[in-house]
Design a protein around this ligand. Structure first.
Ligand SMILES: [Zn+2]
Length: 211
């Protein structure tokens, strides 16, 4: 798997020296050496990207009561078990341990269109945090369900401690054509392995040709 870069003609020698290669079909420069990804940060889609998700993107789906209309609504969190972090260029890869990503404000992929249409997950302004990020929205009343509410509040589907709770999570697996950049927060917790062990894994209905 590779990461695509945005390189202008005059910069080609520079990126080549840093390990990038040319794809004549796509007419794009790309890099495959994961430890070298962040050395090419100047040519990322977004220089703020701090997580490069490799091979598959996972969408963890749970359910929560909407704070506004009080009806149950699906909520999602992006998740990964194979990624490169910007600190120390550390590569994490695991079978069972999945990390959830919150406060995502950038995703370098057309998967964003799918996340909006399929899960009501799109960039919106939160009055609570006074910032803009990819957020969940109630399927009944449309109100934004902030990430604090979804990830950290009492009753959050992604705050689980037991096998029973993890079994309620559905993991949609989206195979990626290229590795993708994400800017967001990642938290590690002792329950990360519960997802891999007990969540219900399903192939996503994401069809890359539709987007
Ligand atoms: Zn609602």
């Amino acid at each position: 798997m590779a990461l695509l870069l945005n390189v202008s003609y005059s910069e080609k020698e520079q990126v080549k020296a840093l390990g990038a290669r040319w794809n004549p079909e796509l007419k794009r420069w790309y890099v495959t050496y994961k430890k070298g990804y962040y050395k090419l940060r100047n040519w990322f889609a977004n220089k703020k990207s701090n997580i490069i998700v490799c091979d598959n993107l996972y969408v963890a789906e749970g359910e929560k009561e909407c704070f506004a209309c009080k009806k149950k609504t699906p909520v999602i969190a992006l998740a990964t078990n194979y990624y490169v972090m910007d600190e120390d260029y550390a590569i994490f890869q695991s079978e069972d341990s999945f990390q959830l990503i919150s406060y995502v404000d950038f995703i370098s992929s057309n998967v964003t269109m799918y996340l909006k249409e399929r899960f009501n997950f799109f960039v919106d302004y939160s009055n609570h945090t006074k910032s803009t990020y990819y957020s969940n929205h109630c399927k009944h009343c449309g109100r934004l369900q902030g990430d604090f509410f979804v990830h950290s509040d009492v009753g959050s589907p992604f705050l689980f401690y037991s096998e029973e709770d993890a079994k309620k999570i559905r993991m949609h697996e989206i195979p990626l054509s290229y590795d993708i950049e994400i800017s967001g927060d990642m938290a590690w917790s002792s329950s990360d392995e519960l997802i891999g062990l007990y969540a219900k894994f399903i192939d996503s209905d994401f069809n890359v040709s539709e987007y």
